[in-house]
Design a protein. Structure first.
Length: 133
């Protein structure tokens, strides 16, 4: 029983010992997304429905991620609140007035998510992956 518990916790210790910068990077991303969401939607951000839900979700995620900088287990809890953040992009594009702003929002978030996918801390684990057959 002790052996089984030790084996289960080995994967969790690597999660606890991961880099601190992932928390601060996530906090900056959520802050940028929330600031753009409020700047574009203005008072419609607090209107009932999906706008209010996204605003509250991003706000709670931002508070938790700022308070949790340096404490890596908060990363998972922040992911629960910011997992719906991809929905903010089409809503911001819908509420943006000019087509230039719409295209800039799309380009900004596409490049941000591409950068995070290929150069973020999550990709480090894939760079050493080898499939031995």
């Amino acid at each position: 029983l002790t052996f089984a518990g030790t084996e289960l916790l080995q994967g969790y210790t690597s999660y606890l010992d991961s880099e601190v910068k992932t928390n601060s990077t996530l906090a900056l991303k959520v802050a940028l997304e929330l600031a753009l969401f409020v700047a574009i939607l203005k008072r419609d951000a607090l209107r009932e429905g999906i706008n209010k839900l996204l605003f509250l979700s991003l706000s709670i995620g931002l508070v938790i991620s700022i308070c949790g900088i340096g404490f890596n287990p908060t990363n998972r809890m922040v992911m629960y609140y910011t997992s719906v953040s991809f929905l903010t992009v089409p809503i911001m594009v819908k509420y943006a007035k000019s087509s230039l702003v719409k295209n800039l929002i799309i380009l900004l978030f596409l490049s941000l998510y591409t950068y995070m996918t290929f150069f973020g801390s999550g990709f480090v684990f894939l760079s050493d992956f080898r499939l031995d057959l």
